[in-house]
Write a protein that binds this ligand. Structure first.
Ligand code: NAG
Ligand code: NAG
Ligand code: NAG
Ligand code: NAG
Ligand code: NAG
Ligand code: NAG
Ligand code: NAG
Ligand code: NAG
Length: 869
């Protein structure tokens, strides 16, 4: 047994959060620390089966025909990953080849196919959010989907709409689209529609309340933190983008590692059975995050459909909470057969829905190695060897979209004396390692776990290999005939500055996922705080001492403090280039040299001080016991908080200048669907769902003795030795509130995303946007609502509900933008009635339109007129 012992050791070293033997699979999560008073996660059983939505009916009918004929082994196969490193992708299900269903390949990331080659490294989510451009959001989604398909990836693990950006230091906020539920919702939904138009299945993640990296996971020795979120805050903030993703038809969803209200998200029946599958009417399948499954029967009953990568409490041992144990729990009668049938039907229906039964490629790459040949199952220790990488180029012309997104995201915060754009003969002195390459190569740090050279993305599973990287240094060097580079973060003492010189100082701030620590930052920006890395503040200050013209370029994962230098007279301009991906250089020079005007807008606020945030959104680092992360700030994050607390940030949410100027005029508002009642009209009733035989299958269907293939050591299978001997040992201790009696359909539901009447356009606002400056450019109109106090609830002063971007407008040209707002946009979540409540006829609602949350030129009083503010 020596190899086994050493593998345990290896896996323990690789997974420091695991250090004791496998506990009883069902009991390890029972001992939760005390929650704050009043927080609890009520039980909600059984899982509502999928299949009742008309636009999924065909897919479910096909799935029903197939699943009816499946054996228990085939069914269990599709629900459970084959194990860590047990196939080409970061995760794969078992197969059901009798029906043409292969091992489904699940692969990161939200910005490109991870762990491979000849892929595009698109700009990160936060960059996409900063474009405020719905078409580009969609186009990037199409590119992602095409590349996933080309590599044989069935499910691409993105987009990210949780974290929402509640914690400015949170490690993964750059994977999502910005600190606002509507910006997240639009970014997520457009990405999903684009991706899934290619046949690739999106996986919307991480559900839900996953706002910091540290202490996120539960294991045999640790308990992940509990995000304690009240019902209204959940609905109006954190759930909003998930609801829009479901409405966009997302095929799968990934749970997060943390608890909500003391119940782990991968087995929280309130979140999965009630909110997701009943209220939001989700028709696809729910998977865990990697090693985020913490129990077998409990997760099945709570609404989980797919276990990823399939491993049990200690990975790589060949144990699973599901797999053969799920087979056992069916045979012993503990998990109802119709729950398993629903899991499998959801998976197979999604596969049909996106046409993956027709000519969908098999994986032609390996996430485990870049070599052409290698182990097919590296997790098995002894694995067959074969060709694992075909190096298929899937880039197409996606560099065009990648560059357009990176360019349109670039946000001009200030531009004194119109120092930007540069002329090609301006004398430029460029400072900072963030302008240059990573000296060891663009992909030299695994999963981007270092901050070296221009920052193109954060680190962790949300990264992808750069197929190439044009740095700012290269791009500026190409376009300027008068640039000198000082690729160092220490200001050189021998620099000579002439009065006409312009210094460009590149600084950055990085963060990532918890399994990698960079410069003392365990994912979250624990050490770095909100300051620039590598003493970036000092570099800017030193340049400002020597040069009378300084332009600062910032690559950052999220909010960054600028107070040390922003008001220095020489600091004339600041550009936030976010996380541009492979097109870092050319997208920046497109703006620096004036080929395009900047048109990005901040997807979060830039604060003056970290202490301006509510205390409750700080990181929580606590060695012992479960962290109780209670969302006491409720709806008040980012600009909602700053406005409510009367704090003026350095740059407000939505801020972004251009080289030209825009004037808004002729606003008008029209009623589209009258809001003639407080609550939406009654929901449609549910359609029927597939019906299957209730007969417990023959034990022989999962007997090892019935198989005729070579078993791979530690691979996860649905099979058991002597399954005929299985009996119900004791009575199973079901969770409190467990029942198989279906619940009445919740009134807030009725279709994907919720009651369809919530999404009727209530009002439509039109505004004319004119380019009144002297250069081409695109403007963004942001629509915020102020809800009346007559709703009886404390509500943020302004909330983004819609935005549109103009086409490229020539000087003097104008465009009329139409901004639609729905019933839901004007509603609050009524926790008593459990429904969305709007002011009748929109009475008392004010609608504001402008170019940032603090620059609102237009006001419309619903029922009254629009005017220029
Ligand atoms: C968490 O607890 C709060 C406070 O009781 C409650 O409003 C909310 O619905 C609970 N959420 C979940 C998912 O259990
Ligand atoms: C299922 O089995 C029935 C009877 O054995 C057969 O007629 C039918 O074609 C099968 N359906 C599928 C989708 O395999
Ligand atoms: C289950 O999946 C594995 C591959 O992951 C395959 O070898 C096996 O044949 C499948 N079982 C059935 C019954 O299809
Ligand atoms: C049935 O099997 C499951 C999976 O091993 C186990 O968790 C459960 O306790 C068993 N139920 C009974 C009644 O033996
Ligand atoms: C690999 O990619 C090519 C091109 O996209 C595709 O035709 C093929 O089916 C894929 N899979 C395999 C196993 O070759
Ligand atoms: C995209 O790549 C192609 C081929 O490498 C190149 O010709 C083209 O100029 C690139 N486009 C952009 C916008 O960078
Ligand atoms: C740069 O070029 C412009 C004309 O394009 C000229 O007016 C200006 O003097 C030049 N500046 C320098 C520093 O050579
Ligand atoms: C200009 O770009 C080309 C192609 O990207 C590159 O090979 C060359 O080194 C660049 N020139 C400078 C001066 O950076």
């Amino acid at each position: 047994m020596a190899p086994l012992t050493s593998l345990v050791l290896v896996s323990l070293l690789a997974q420091p959060f695991l250090a004791s033997p496998v506990p009883d699979a069902e009991s390890d999560l029972s001992a939760r620390s005390a929650l704050p008073a009043d927080y609890q996660s009520p039980p909600y059983y059984p899982t509502p089966p999928g299949g009742w939505m008309p636009d999924w009916a065909d897919a479910y009918a096909k799935a029903h025909a197939v699943v009816s004929n499946m054996t228990l082994a085939e069914k269990v196969n599709l629900t459970t990953g084959t194990g860590l490193y047990m196939g080409p992708c970061v995760g794969q299900t078992g197969s059901a080849l009798r029906f043409g269903i292969p091992n489904l390949c699940l692969q990161d990331s939200p910005l490109g196919v991870r762990d491979t080659d000849h892929n595009t490294a698109f700009p990160a989510g936060i960059t996409v959010g900063a474009t405020f451009n719905k078409e580009l959001m969609y186009a990037r989604g199409v590119g992602l989907g095409e590349e996933a398909r080309g590599k044989g990836v069935n499910v691409l693990l993105g987009p990210v709409v949780g974290p929402l950006g509640r914690k400015p230091r949170g490690g993964r906020i750059w994977e999502g689209f910005g600190a606002d539920p509507v910006l997240q919702a639009v970014g997520g939904a457009q990405t999903i529609k684009g991706m899934q138009s290619t046949g690739a299945i999106a996986s919307l993640k991480h559900y839900i309340g996953y706002e910091q990296e540290m202490s996120r996971m539960s294991s045999v020795v640790s308990v992940g933190y509990s995000s304690n979120i009240d019902d209204r805050t959940l609905h109006e903030m954190y759930l909003w983008p998930f609801a829009e993703g479901v409405r966009a038809g997302v095929g799968s969803l990934m749970t997060s590692y943390n608890d909500v209200n003391g119940s782990a998200c991968s087995q929280n029946s309130k979140l999965l059975n009630d909110i997701l599958k009943d209220e939001l009417g989700f028709q696809g399948f729910v998977m865990t995050d990697w090693l985020g499954q913490y129990a077998g029967v409990a997760s099945a009953l709570a609404g989980l459909d797919v276990a990823m990568p399939g491993d049990g409490a200690i990975p790589l041992l060949g144990d699973s909470y599901w797999g053969s144990e799920l087979s056992r729990s069916i045979l012993n009668g503990t998990v109802p057969l119709n729950r398993l049938n629903d899991m499998v039907t959801r998976i197979v229906a999604t596969w049909y829905k996106f046409g993956q039964d027709k000519d969908y490629p098999l994986p032609n790459f390996s996430a485990n190695t870049a070599d052409q040949t290698g182990e097919i199952y590296p997790g098995a220790l002894l694995s067959p060897i074969g060709v694992v990488n075909q190096y298929v180029n899937v880039e197409g012309d996606h560099n065009i979209t990648a560059r357009a997104v990176a360019r349109e995201a670039i946000t001009l915060l200030k531009n004194d004396q119109n120092i930007l754009p540069f002329r090609h003969n301006d004398s430029l002195k460029v400072f900072g390692t963030d302008a240059g390459p990573n000296p060891n190569g663009p992909n030299s740090c695994s999963d981007k776990g270092c901050d070296s050279g221009v920052l193109t993305m954060g680190w962790g599973s949300g990264s992808a290999n750069l197929p190439y990287l044009v740095t700012p240094q290269e791009a500026i060097g190409n376009l300027s005939n008068n640039a000198k580079f000082y690729i160092t973060d220490t200001f050189p003492s021998d620099v000579v500055a002439s009065p006409t010189d312009i210094a460009i100082v590149f600084i950055n701030a990085d963060s990532g996922e918890n399994y990698i620590t960079v410069d003392g930052n365990p994912g979250d920006r624990l050490e770095a705080g909100l300051n620039a890395w590598h003493n970036g503040d000092d570099l800017v200050k030193a340049a400002a001492q020597k040069f009378s013209n300084v332009v600062v370029v910032v690559h950052t994962v999220g909010p960054i403090l600028m107070e040390e230098w922003i008001d220095l007279a020489p600091v004339k301009a600041v550009l936030v280039a976010h996380l541009p991906g492979q097109e870092a250089g050319w997208s920046l020079t497109d703006i620096l040299f004036g080929d395009y005007s900047p048109s990005g807008h901040m997807p979060y606020s830039i604060p003056r001080s970290e202490s301006d945030y509510p205390e409750s959104v700080g990181l929580i680092d606590q060695p012992i016991g479960q962290i109780q992360d209670t969302f006491t700030e409720r709806l008040y994050i980012d600009y909602r908080h700053f406005m409510n607390a009367n704090i003026t940030p350095r740059y407000p949410f939505g801020h972004g200048l251009s080289y030209t100027t825009f004037t808004f005029s002729s606003p008008s508002l029209s009623v589209v669907t009258p809001l003639d009642s407080e609550y939406p009209p009654a929901r449609p009733s549910k359609g029927s769902t597939p019906v299957y035989s209730q007969k417990i299958p023959a034990a022989s269907e999962v007997a090892w003795s019935s198989t005729h293939f070579t078993r791979i050591w530690r691979y996860l299978y649905p099979y058991l030795d002597f399954p005929q001997l299985i009996t119900a040992a004791d009575t199973y201790q079901y969770p409190d509130g467990y029942t198989t009696q279906p619940k009445p359909a919740p009134r807030a539901g009725g279709a994907q995303g919720g009651n369809p009447a919530l999404f009727d356009t209530a009002f439509s606002v039109q505004v004319q946007v004119e380019n009144t400056g002297s250069r081409h450019g695109k403007a963004v109109a942001q629509l915020y609502v102020a809800l009346p106090s007559s709703l009886g609830l404390d509500t943020p002063p302004l909330q983004l509900r819609q935005f549109e971007k103009t086409k490229d407008l020539a000087p003097g040209q104008s465009e009329i933008l139409t901004l639609d707002i729905t019933r839901k946009d004007l509603s609050v979540w009524d926790v008593v009635v459990q429904d969305w409540k709007a002011p009748v006829n929109g009475e008392g609602v004010n609608i504001w339109v402008g170019q940032s949350v603090e620059d609102l030129a237009v006001i419309c009083e619903v029922g009254g007129k629009c005017s220029m503010a």
